[in-house]
Ligand binder design. Structure first.
Ligand code: ADP
Ligand code: MG
Length: 696
């Protein structure tokens, strides 16, 4: 019996010296077992030849044919162009930007080639750019590969051939039968869900047998995928629950207020809370009375009224004499929160303090001192509040808006930051990305969940149409009509460029031309580069009905609330994601009048963009939109976790693996109860050092 492979360092493998070991370490690979859990990203199929006539864009394929012509082209960029045809009657252009004279000479008419590459749509025909190729002798076809070729995720300085050599050795060490990697899932679970043994799954994914097709793997149809995805989901559940348990051992202030401030806020509101708002407020209020930190995610579609729920929670903490921090991902958003809060809590005698990036030097020092000294009780800012050296006197509650832009790591850091003497503040996290409940419970298994599933009354659904920008004039007439009837409108300019300067310029230009075409209308302009007083002035003017048309960049995505605005034009909506479009559109449809949204797109639309726009036309339900967004883009994109590197699943895909989620939760429960000794190794196997998130 050999040693269990989690104890065997990769340095023992042939070809692994200090340099390679260091590169592997960068990917979190230290042991041979880690190497086996470094799974292929995808597979190339070099087991069969595809007739050229059957090629489709995006295919990665092996083809064979004869060169019918070749030339060196001098277009925008010098390139060698080689036409290849086969007996299927199809032809494809091979294009090389880098080539030697010898290479060009070898690719003349009459040469016979076998090529592997990705099929792309060129200007005139299908193309392969820089395919791998081999010249063939007459009638000599050479053998094809027997099985699919795994392609591993990699880092600089590690070729696919090295990965294959390394995993070959790891597979050999794994040995036959049950192998030297521990099976950590309980047998009865494997039987109940008909999952193969771990070692079998690993063998199959690293070296797919002939019987497994490329399509099986691509569509994740084989049980090996299910097995590993399942194990990863279980590991993920366990790691979040472990965090949660640790959190439960921490203390938190009991925020028992007398209800005075809350009562006064409610009495002063021009509306009464919806049933859903009442319910979630109750859940939060109960949490705040417990001596352990609340960790609650408040989900609610745009416009569902999360802010007032947050304000009630804040007042409960303030009543109890504790500080509250309200954080938003951008300064602009935090400013809008500040404005909202002022309207609600200043009448109660509470002055919110705003700490922003623009506060510098003495001014900043003064603000920070007021937070540390406890003169400021209600603090509004960006999450920089928690990264910078801001100390609170007695933080009772931290409210984080727009959770989907924060990852697990930030969540953890937040918890640590407020913690002192074994006590941590309560946390309320708000998100307008309504993800399906089962998915939320997977991704946020360390949080409790409250959902506002009801819009305030008196809203009429927004009707959405898509119009090509060739009909811009008609749209302008529509704006004129709406405003002529006393309504107000938004005109949102978007630009794909990162540059805020360009975005703002575009909005300025649009505002100018619209003002020229619509001289009878009062046109305002807001964008991110205006000074905040100017911006506030324009917003306030629009809210007061002193402006008819507000031209804006996507800064108005959040916070603006003008019920009389019933028309929104979004220029170039094809450049935005579904969630963002939904957020933008949420600015209209807030009053009783029927509202419209015009998606003024630039033709022709790509297929994906057309799909997005038609989803928006079909529904205004944020949950439905989120579900379809997930299908189209995958959870990493939707939740904004991809960029932060947080919550990157290696093999599981919580959207498509949804049927596995409930089973993974049950399994996590079972393991905590009956197989506690396997919990730690399972988490470490999948998340390694990441599992501790800074040792909360
Ligand atoms: P979001 O959930 O998107 O943050 P807001 O909190 O900004 O939504 O609320 C949107 C608008 O709805 C605000 O003008 C708010 O005052 C109003 N509102 C909130 N709750 C109610 C309610 N129960 N009845 C009527 N209007 C409400
Ligand atoms: Mg909000």
């Amino acid at each position: 019996m050999g040693q269990s492979l989690d104890k065997v360092p990769v340095e023992g493998l042939r070809g692994v010296g200090p340099r390679i070991a260091e590169r592997l370490a960068r990917l979190g690979i230290g042991s041979v077992q880690d190497l086996l859990f470094h799974l292929p990203l995808r597979y190339q199929d070099r087991t069969r030849l595809v007739p050229i006539a059957q090629l489709r864009v995006g295919d990665e394929v092996l083809v064979e044919g004869d060169v019918t012509a070749s030339e060196i082209g001098y277009g925008r960029r010098r390139s060698l162009k080689v036409w290849l045809t086969d007996r299927s009657g199809g032809g494809i252009l091979l294009r090389f930007f880098h080539f030697s004279g010898n290479q060009a000479a070898g690719l003349q008419r009459g040469a016979s080639l076998r090529c592997f590459g990705e099929v792309r749509q060129g200007p005139q025909s299908l193309e392969m750019v820089h395919p791998e190729y081999q010249r063939r002798g007459v009638g000599d076809s050479g053998p094809l590969d027997a099985s699919l070729t795994p392609i591993y995720p990699t880092t600089e300085g590690l070729q696919q051939s090295s990965w294959r050599a390394l995993t070959d050795q790891a597979m050999a060490l794994l040995g036959p039968g049950e192998g030297l990697v521990a099976e950590l899932l309980p047998q009865k679970i494997l039987r109940r869900f008909q999952l193969p043994l771990l070692v079998e799954a690993l063998r199959l994914l690293h070296r797919p047998p002939i019987s497994v097709t490329a399509a099986d793997l691509r569509e994740r149809r084989c049980p090996a995928f299910r097995r590993l995805a399942f194990e990863e989901l279980v590991a993920h559940q366990l790691s979040l629950r472990r965090l949660r348990r640790r959190q439960q051992r921490v203390g938190a202030p009991v925020l028992a207020g007398d209800g005075q401030l809350r009562g006064r806020l409610l009495a002063g509101l021009p509306f009464s809370l919806t049933e859903a708002q009442r319910r979630v407020s109750g859940e939060i209020a109960a949490d705040l009375l417990r001596p352990h930190p609340m960790l609650r995610l408040l989900q609610g579609d745009v416009g569902s009224g999360k802010t007032v729920v947050a304000a009630l929670a804040a007042l409960q903490a303030l009543e109890a004499g504790f500080q509250v921090a309200l954080m938003a991902p951008t300064e602009l958003l935090s400013e809008q929160h500040l404005r909202n809060l002022r309207g609600w809590i200043e009448p109660l005698g509470i002055q919110p303090l705003w700490l922003a990036g623009r506060h510098k030097g003495r001014e900043r020092a003064e603000l920070v001192a007021r937070i540390a000294g406890g003169e400021a009780m209600m603090i509004v800012g960006t999450h920089a509040l928690f990264q910078e050296d801001v100390a609170f006197r007695d933080l009772g509650l931290a409210i984080v808006d727009e959770q989907h832009r924060f990852g697990v790591h930030q969540r953890m850091r937040l918890r640590e930051k407020g913690a002192r003497d074994g006590r941590a503040p309560h946390q309320l996290i708000m998100t307008a990305t309504p993800i399906p409940r089962s998915l939320a419970m997977t991704l946020y298994a360390d949080l409790d969940l409250s959902v506002i599933d009801e819009a305030p009354p008196g809203r009429t659904p927004v009707t959405t149409v898509a119009v090509p920008d060739s009909r811009r004039d008609e749209v302008i007439v529509r704006v004129q009509d709406a405003c002529g009837q006393g309504r107000q409108a938004y005109w949102v300019c978007t630009l794909i460029e990162e540059s805020e300067v360009l975005q703002c310029q575009a909005a300025e230009d649009t505002a100018r031309t619209l003002a020229e075409s619509l001289p009878e209308l009062r046109v305002g302009l807001v964008h991110g580069r205006l000074k905040s007083v100017e911006r506030e002035g324009v917003m306030a003017g629009f809210a007061a009905g002193e402006l008819d048309l507000l031209v804006a960049t996507t800064v108005i995505e959040v916070g603006v609330d003008v019920p009389n605005a019933s028309l929104m034009i979004i220029e170039n909506p094809e450049r935005l994601g579904l969630a963002q479009l939904h957020q933008l559109r949420g600015r209209v449809g807030r009053g009783a009048v029927e509202s419209h949204c015009v998606l003024l797109y630039h033709a022709p639309l790509a297929r994906q963009a057309r799909g997005r726009l038609s989803i928006l036309r079909e529904t205004t339900d944020g949950f439905e939109i989120a579900r379809r967004d997930l299908e189209m883009r995958g959870p990493g994109e939707v939740l904004g976790t991809r960029q932060t590197g947080d919550m990157q699943f290696r093999i599981a895909d919580p959207a498509t693996d949804e049927p596995l989620l409930a089973a993974a939760q049950q399994t996590a429960d079972l393991m905590l109860d009956e197989h506690a000794e396997n919990v730690r190794p399972l988490i470490e196997r999948w998340f390694g050092a990441r599992a501790d998130y800074g040792g909360v």
